[in-house]
Ligand binder design. Structure first.
Ligand code: PLP
Length: 381
C-alpha cells in the first residue's frame, strides 16, 4: 500500500492513480505529436489515441469507433443529454452533471432502497409528447445502489426513447457490458478507475446522431472538437485494463466494507445504512452516526487521519443536503436531525487494506463516544 493513501476511504470521489497509469502517462508526456498531424510524430500520437480507444471500448464490451473521448464524466453526461435534442426523463438520484444538464427533465422517483421506480418511469414516458431520452445511472455514487438499467432500457425502448447510462462508478467494481445493458449511450470517467482526472468518454451506439457541444475541428468523428488529450487517454486506457482485473478484488473489498458496517452497527445499533437491502457496489457504504452531523464527522475523522465524504455536492467545498438520500425518503427526524444530515459515505478501492478499516472503526468509535453515544444531538469537536 502506498503510504500516501493511508486512511483514504473516498474512492467514489476519486481513486488514487495506479502506479502503472502514472508510468504510462509519463512515457506519453515524453513524446511529441498532434494526433491530427500527418508526419511521423503525429502518426505516433494517433496510434497512442487509437490504442487507448480500443482499451476503453474493451472495458465495456463496445467497439472502438463508439468511443468519444471527453474531459470527464461531467462532459460525457452533458454531451449525451444535449446532443440528442430530445426531452429528458431522468432518475431522481442522478449525479448533478445529469440533473443540471437537463434541468427541465421529468424525474422518476426511487424506492426507499434507492432503486428506480420502473412503473413511474413507464408513466412518465407514456406522458411524454415526443420520444424522450432516458438517463438512469448504473451505480449511485453516494450509496453504491445498482440500478436495474437493462430493465429500464427495455421499458424505455418500448416507448421509442433513447437511453443514456451514467456508468461512471461501475467499471472495475461490477462487470459492465454496453450491449447487454441495451443502452444507446454510456458515460465513463478515468479518475474513478485509478486513471487521471479530467478524462472520460461517452460510448455512443451507431444509430445515435449526436450534435457536438464543442465545435471546431473534426476530431472524434465530429462528435467532440479539440486536440485529443494524448497522455490523458493513455492513462485512461491503462486504468481501464487494470479495472477489468480489479473486479477480482471486489470480494476482498466487500468483506472489508461488511466488517466495517458490522463493527459500527455494534457500536451504534440505531445506525442506518442506506441502500443496504438493494444490490450495492461492494466498495461503498453510506451510513449514519446517530445524533452527529455529517460535517462534524467528516472533519473529526479527517483530524484522526481518515478521509470520507458527506453529502454529494462537495464540488464547491461545501456540504449540501443530499438529493439522493432525500429521494430515498431519508427525512425522518432522528435525534433532532434528519438521517440524511448524519450520513457519510465510505468508499474503498484498490489500495485499501485491513488497517484502513481498523483505523476507521477506532476513529468513528472515539467520535461517537465523545458525541455522547448518540443519546442527544450534539456537535462533537
Ligand atoms: N457521474 C457520477 C455518478 C459521478 O460520481 C461523477 C463524479 O463524481 C461524475 C458523473 C462526474 O465525473 P467527472 O468527475 O469525471 O466529471
Amino acid at each position: 500500500m502506498p503510504a500516501a493513501t493511508t486512511g483514504y476511504l473516498d474512492y467514489n470521489a476519486t481513486a488514487p492513480m495506479r502506479p502503472a497509469v502514472a508510468a504510462a502517462m509519463a512515457a506519453a508526456l515524453g513524446e511529441v505529436g498532434n494526433p491530427s498531424s500527418v508526419h511521423r510524430f503525429g502518426r505516433l500520437a494517433r496510434q497512442r489515441v487509437e490504442e487507448a480507444r480500443a482499451a476503453v471500448a474493451a472495458l465495456v464490451g463496445a467497439r472502438p469507433e463508439q468511443v468519444v473521448f471527453t474531459s470527464g464524466g461531467t462532459e460525457a453526461n452533458n454531451l449525451a443529454l444535449a446532443g440528442v435534442g430530445r426531452p429528458a426523463v431522468v432518475s431522481a438520484i442522478e449525479h448533478d452533471s445529469v440533473l443540471r444538464a437537463a434541468p427541465a427533465a421529468a424525474r422518476a422517483p426511487v424506492h426507499a432502497d434507492g432503486t428506480i421506480k420502473l412503473d413511474a418511469l413507464d408513466d412518465l414516458l407514456g406522458a411524454s409528447a415526443e420520444p424522450a431520452v432516458v438517463s438512469v445511472m448504473l451505480a449511485n455514487n453516494e450509496t453504491g445502489v445498482i440500478q436495474p438499467v437493462a430493465t429500464a432500457a427495455a421499458l424505455a425502448r418500448a416507448h421509442g426513447a433513447l437511453v443514456h447510462c451514467d456508468a461512471v462508478q461501475a467499471p472495475g467494481r461490477i462487470r459492465v457490458d454496453f450491449d447487454a445493458l441495451g443502452v444507446d449511450m454510456m458515460s465513463l470517467s478515468a479518475h474513478k478507475l485509478g486513471g487521471p482526472q479530467g478524462v472520460g468518454a461517452l460510448i455512443v451506439a451507431d444509430h445515435v446522431t449526436l450534435a457536438p457541444s464543442l465545435r471546431g475541428g473534426g476530431q472524434e468523428r465530429h462528435r467532440r472538437a479539440g486536440t485529443e488529450n494524448v497522455a490523458g487517454v493513455v492513462g485512461f486506457a491503462c486504468a481501464a485494463e487494470a479495472a477489468i482485473d480489479a473486479i477480482a478484488d471486489m470480494a476482498r473489498l466487500g468483506r472489508l466494507r461488511d466488517r466495517l458496517e458490522q463493527a459500527l452497527s455494534g457500536l451504534a445499533p440505531d445506525l442506518v445504512v442506506f441502500g443496504k437491502d438493494a444490490p450495492r457496489l461492494a466498495n461503498t457504504s453510506c451510513l449514519t452516526m446517530p445524533g452527529v452531523a455529517a460535517e462534524t464527522q467528516v472533519m473529526a475523522l479527517d483530524l484522526a487521519g481518515v478521509a470520507v465524504s458527506a453529502g454529494s455536492a462537495c464540488s464547491s467545498g461545501k456540504v449540501a443536503p443530499s438529493h439522493v438520500l432525500a429521494a430515498m425518503g431519508a427525512n425522518h427526524a432522528q435525534g433532532g436531525r434528519s438521517q440524511a444530515d448524519q450520513a457519510i459515505r465510505v468508499s474503498l478501492g484498490w489500495a485499501t487494506v485491513d488497517a484502513d478499516i481498523d483505523h476507521m472503526i477506532d476513529a468513528w468509535g472515539a467520535l461517537f463516544a465523545r458525541a455522547g453515544a448518540g443519546s442527544k444531538t450534539r456537535t462533537a469537536a
